[in-house]
Design a binder for this molecule. Structure first.
Ligand SMILES: CC(C)(COP(=O)(O)OP(=O)(O)OC[C@H]1O[C@@H](n2cnc3c(N)ncnc32)[C@H](O)[C@@H]1OP(=O)(O)O)[C@@H](O)C(=O)NCCC(=O)NCCS
Length: 153
């Protein structure tokens, strides 16, 4: 199992199944970001198959996590934690100090993972994400200082 940097072509070729029937950004949107400066993506690969992917932006000492996704049938097996932990290690080598993210209030799985990795709640955007019902739900804002991550090692 290895963490591999994603190019536009690799993402389009290998991540299609990850981004079917999901909430969150589309693969098309994420791939488009890779042509801009500062955006990066990695996939966790085993035997030629992508188990999951992570997308983020780094500008100077601040990073923003844009999406983290594990293949539906492989969840709760530690891959999400591995992807995030390895990515934070890579980001830390780039002199980044803080990593920010936003997550749906109802996303218990992701919020739990981020909390275990040391992210702390920093705010809330009310009625930010649309729901299938036509209503909206809040975005929870979380932030991590990378020194805190190192202590988790
Ligand atoms: C969030 C996500 C990436 C987690 O990946 P994963 O590989 O399933 O997570 P892991 O197996 O590494 O679990 C790590 C921790 O996450 C939390 N977690 C994962 N799945 C969970 C679930 N179903 N219920 C509650 N907590 C959960 C737990 O804290 C878990 O630690 P534990 O196993 O010690 O209890 C995955 O559920 C996913 O792809 N979700 C859809 C996309 C998404 O919502 N991404 C987040 C966008 S902000």
């Amino acid at each position: 199992m290895t963490l591999q940097p994603l190019t536009t072509a690799q993402a389009e070729k290998t991540l299609g199944a990850l981004y079917v029937e999901e909430t969150g950004p589309t693969l098309h949107f994420l791939v488009g970001l890779l042509s801009q400066p500062h955006y990066r993506a990695w996939s966790l690969v085993a035997e030629g198959h992508a188990l999951g992917a992570i997308w983020y932006q780094c500008v100077e000492q601040q990073a923003e996590l844009l999406d983290l996704r594990v293949s539906r049938g492989l969840r709760r097996s530690g891959y999400g934690r591995t992807l995030l932990k390895e990515t934070l290690s890579v980001i830390g080598q780039d002199d980044v100090r803080t990593v920010d993210l936003e997550v749906r209030e109802s996303n218990v799985s992701a919020r739990s993972l981020y909390g275990k990795m040391g992210f702390e709640l920093t705010g809330r955007r009310q009625n930010y994400y649309p729901l299938p019902t036509g209503e909206r739900e809040d975005a929870i804002l979380m932030s991590l200082t990378l020194q805190a991550t190192e202590k988790l090692e």
